[in-house]
Design a protein around this ligand. Structure first.
Ligand SMILES: Nc1ncnc2c1ncn2[C@@H]1O[C@H](COP(=O)(O)OP(=O)(O)O)[C@@H](O)[C@H]1O
Ligand SMILES: [Mg+2]
Length: 371
């Protein structure tokens, strides 16, 4: 802990209350800097050292404006500007503000002036520092998301506009077959936009933590069976799929629609990006996370080229696509979001046959009154 001894007579211990709670200032996630009555730094916690890149030993005992030389965005010296120890004796601090550290690094700063009597002298200046890097990363990723979405929406819409404009302008010049082909493309592109929008709504729910899981008993083996039947009905050979159910399976409480979405994405990927037989193993699992209930694992593997080792940690990110075979690259991101909303986990690896292998585990998820 980096709390210096204060020279101020009769001053309270800088971290008295925290210490009584058994909390070390170094445990705080935000930077904490405290200056005493004379403006000398008496506390400079680990997060403050990390954010400012100044070692606590260097900061302790220094004057606040030297240890923490903040400037506002116009380059004015912040401590001179706000004058915490002077000014009106009713001021209680400074609201959160974006300031600059030496070297131009941005930091979110809020300040409290602590007085022992309501209008008495300032006994402590308490500064909280927050790194804006994480926030800027999210902002950057939002900007990237918008750019990608705009791009993804534009290409099908360009094609829709192109074909409809051509058909309207030159309707008589095309044969029925040509017209049909163009309309089929328009139809497929419209489907693509609709699907993209549905996926984006899922993503927004996942990212904002609003994805609702409505649990009810789910027979996951039967659900996989239905997906296989749908593929076979759509023309895939029946022997392309192998379903292996290990019995007995624990009763699973999950959101059936969302489990369907997970299965449909993984199977579609195996069929579209993979090759050969798609094997689905449903097994009871010890526990998705240590110390938790048992659950059910589903492994989907194929015999295609698989996912290159160096890309494995990227498959679950938004818009990542390894191949050019259609797809928005959002499927696995949503799959992971759904699995995690159920308290489960998902991993990717290499199948024994060489293809991709996705395995997700859902905890039993039974309501408390049943377990
Ligand atoms: N079974 C698989 N075999 C090979 N590659 C796969 C498999 N499943 C997923 N991938 C790769 O992961 C990428 C991301 O998958 P996904 O998020 O579902 O997006 P999409 O299917 O829309 O491309 C795919 O583009 C593909 O390159
Ligand atoms: Mg997919």
């Amino acid at each position: 802990m980096s709390v210096g001894t204060s020279s101020a007579p009769g001053a309270a211990r800088p971290a008295g209350d925290l210490a009584e709670l058994g909390i070390d200032p170094d445990d705080l996630p935000d930077g904490l800097v405290v200056a005493d009555e004379q403006g000398h730094v008496v506390c400079f916690n680990a997060a403050a050292a990390r954010i400012t890149a100044v070692r606590a030993e260097e900061a302790l005992g220094q004057r606040l404006e030297k240890a923490l030389p903040l400037e506002d965005l116009e380059g004015r010296r912040w401590w001179q500007l706000t004058d915490p120890y002077g000014g009106l004796a009713i001021r209680i601090g400074q609201p959160e503000r974006n300031l600059l550290l030496p070297g131009g690094r941005e930091v979110l700063v809020s300040v409290r002036y602590v007085r022992t009597e309501p209008t008495g002298p300032v006994r402590r200046v308490v500064v909280s520092l927050r790194d804006t890097e994480a926030r800027r990363r999210t902002e950057r990723s939002h900007a990237e998301l918008i750019a990608t979405v705009a791009h993804e929406l534009r290409s099908p819409l360009t094609s829709v506009k192109g074909f409809t404009a051509t058909l309207l302008a030159k309707w008589e010049r095309f044969t029925d077959d040509q017209k049909r082909l163009m309309l089929e493309t328009v139809d497929a592109d419209a489907d693509r936009v609709t699907r993209l929008i549905a996926e984006l709504l899922d993503i927004s729910r996942i990212d904002s933590g609003r994805l609702e899981v409505r649990r009810q008993p789910v027979d996951i083996g039967a659900a996989v069976g239905r997906h296989i039947q749908a593929y076979v009905a759509a023309g895939q050979p029946a022997d392309r799929f192998l379903l292996r159910l290990e019995q007995p399976l624990p009763a699973l409480w999950a959101d059936p629609d969302k489990v369907d979405q997970v299965l449909s994405n993984l199977l579609e990927n195996a069929v579209r990006h993979g090759e050969g037989t798609v094997t689905i193993d449903v097994t009871p699992s010890a526990s998705p996370r240590e110390g938790e209930d048992a659950g059910t694992s589903v492994t989907v593997s194929d015999e295609g080229a698989g996912i290159p080792e160096e890309s494995m940690n990227r498959v679950f990110t938004r818009f990542w696509r390894g191949s050019k075979r259609g797809g928005t690259g959002l499927g696995l991101y949503i799959v992971k979001g759904i699995v995690e909303a159920h308290g489960g986990t998902i991993t990717v690896g290499r199948a024994p046959g060489g293809g991709a292998e996705f395995r997700f585990t859902l905890p039993v998820g039974a309501p408390a009154y049943l377990s």
